[in-house]
Ligand binder design. Structure first.
Ligand code: CU
Length: 79
């Protein structure tokens, strides 16, 4: 998370891998579930805070930052 965006906006990963977000921005952000394989959304992440998610199911995950709803991104999880 940097410059009010998730980078990269689309990530390709496999089941069993872990995705990690770190807030490298000044404003707080979060990782909020939208659709696809379900996960528990993060809480608010201040500068320097991180959130990890272990991918347990194949599918396309859509998520966003509910503080900045224009921040949207996708994880494509392969089996
Ligand atoms: Cu945000």
């Amino acid at each position: 998370m940097k410059d009010l965006a998730f980078g990269p906006a689309t990530v390709h990963a496999r089941v069993g891998q872990t995705v990690k977000w770190t807030n490298e921005d000044s404003p707080p952000h979060n990782v909020t579930y939208v659709s696809g394989p379900k996960f528990a959304s993060s809480g608010t992440l201040g500068t320097g805070a991180s959130f990890t998610l272990k991918l347990t199911q194949a599918g396309t995950i859509h998520y966003f930052c509910s503080i900045h709803p224009f921040m949207k991104a996708t994880i494509v999880v392969s089996p």
